[in-house]
Design a protein around this ligand. Structure first.
Ligand SMILES: [Zn+2]
Length: 454
């Protein structure tokens, strides 16, 4: 039978284990577990083993690596639910974004450094913090939590994931009452937040051709269109003069209740002083519920290869974040139709879809939601915000399809103001890490205590 412990017990147990938790996180940071193609697979596999070993030592019994066809293995373990108790499935990922000192890191990204109450290193927040949160919240109960716990730590979240197909093929493994996705966090340290919406993402490649081959710009320039100029004119129609997305018919979700503080946004984005924000309306809506469009790559001659020619072919990859409840197929076609329609001078245009993934809206009244809110509020000693996130976690909608009745809790130790996930000098606040471990443990306790419906 699982033991139900009080907030005070959880707090003192967590505090006592934090020095060890921080050391364990430092060990994990030392693995450059970049799962992108072209990066060495050794450190990724070693990281999977280290993740499994930590979970085991902290009390998760039968931990194993699950083979994910086509990709790196996932780390999986399970503790059976005490009779009548619900089961929680905790998700995090052990792969990380690439990082190198030359990108502007103050210290080596793979050598953890503790400074000013924060731990620096690639993956300190995204998402090796999620691994230690999962492990520590099991250790609080000495491996015997009052709920069933399944842990799934993926190895390909930051690159092309093969987990989606695996979930669809093995829905039984993912059956639970509540999912915790510990790959999120607060806007600012000490200010607890639940993430309740995620935008989806779609993308396409637009290619423009005007000439059979490059020709002399002095002899031919002035009448024959240049493919790059045509492409630039097309891309320029994606936004209006204020910077709002100008593709007609796209869905905008309902604006979030919480406003995103502009100072925190400017600072965390690293916006240069004097540069304006684009778009209109509340910042939270622009980031979380409305579409946004970015040109993420252009094929055109580089300046070093520039010659005095008319360019016969140019292409761009366009990525669009879509409203959390938008249909990605519909939205990507609106974007592609727009690009075809705005092509000038009857240039040849080919638009190819690259990706279309759903956003996500957390079922606010769903299983476990109220208990999670209560646990977070108690652990942080302050009111909980409900926020969106502009990023996408396509797995959430795959899990929703596999387990339609389950609740979703999206939280974690990645704070938007300082963690700089995917960027240079990534870090995690050690205090917030402790508070999230307390919150997750308390959540287990409340659920096991039958408080899940409160
Ligand atoms: Zn992540």
């Amino acid at each position: 039978m699982g033991n139900v412990v009080t907030f005070e017990e959880i707090l003192s147990k967590t505090r006592a284990m934090m020095p060890d938790v921080v050391e364990r996180l430092k060990t994990l940071i030392r693995y450059p577990s970049v799962a992108f193609p072209g990066y060495p697979p050794g450190p990724v596999s070693a990281m999977a083993d280290a993740t499994a070993a930590l979970l085991k030592e902290y009390g998760l019994g039968a931990v194993r690596l699950i083979d994910i066809p086509g990709g790196y293995p996932a780390v999986y373990g399970e503790i059976q639910a005490p009779a009548g108790a619900p089961t929680v499935m905790v998700y995090a990922h052990y792969d990380v974004q690439p990082a190198q000192r030359e990108d502007g890191w103050e210290t080596d990204p793979w050598t953890p450094v503790e400074k000013g109450g924060r731990l620096y290193g690639r993956g300190a927040a995204d998402d090796k913090s999620g691994i230690v949160i999962a492990a520590a919240s099991i250790r609080v109960f000495e491996g015997n939590p009052p709920v069933g716990v399944k842990v799934l730590i993926e190895g390909e979240e930051e690159t092309t994931s093969h987990l989606d197909a695996f979930v669809a093929a093995h829905p039984d493994l993912f059956q639970c009452d509540v999912f915790i996705v510990a790959d999120n966090g607060n806007i600012a340290v000490r200010n607890p937040a639940l993430t309740t919406t995620l935008r989806g993402e779609v993308s396409c490649i637009v290619e423009v051709r005007t000439l059979k081959s490059p020709v002399h710009s002095g002899m031919f320039g002035g009448a024959a269109p240049d493919a790059l100029v045509a492409l630039i004119r097309m891309l320029a129609t994606l936004h209006d003069a204020k910077g709002d997305v100008a593709v007609q018919g796209l869905r905008s979700g309902s604006p979030p209740a919480m406003e995103y503080p502009a100072e925190i946004y400017r600072e965390s984005a690293g916006l240069l002083s004097g540069v304006d924000l684009v778009g209109t309306g509340p910042l939270g809506a622009r980031l979380w519920s409305k579409p946004s469009i970015t040109v993420i790559g252009i094929d055109a001659p580089s300046i070093s290869a520039a010659a005095n020619i008319l360019i016969p072919r140019a292409a761009a990859k366009v990525s669009m974040r879509i409203a959390p409840d938008a249909d990605p197929r519909r939205e990507v076609h609106l974007l592609m139709d727009h690009l075809r329609a705005v092509a000038p001078w009857n240039v040849r245009v080919e638009v190819t879809e690259v990706s279309a993934s759903f956003g996500f809206i957390c079922p606010a009244g769903g299983p476990g939601y109220a208990a999670a809110r209560h646990a977070l509020e108690t652990a942080f000693g302050g009111p909980v915000m409900e926020k969106g996130t502009g990023g996408s976690i396509p797995l959430t909608s795959v899990l929703r399809t596999a387990v339609p009745h389950a609740g979703f809790i999206l939280w974690g130790a990645e704070d938007s103001s300082c963690s700089r996930i995917h960027g240079t000098n990534e870090s995690v606040d050690i205090g917030d890490l402790e508070r999230i471990i307390v919150a997750q443990s308390l959540f287990f306790s409340l659920l096991g205590n039958g408080r899940q419906e409160t």
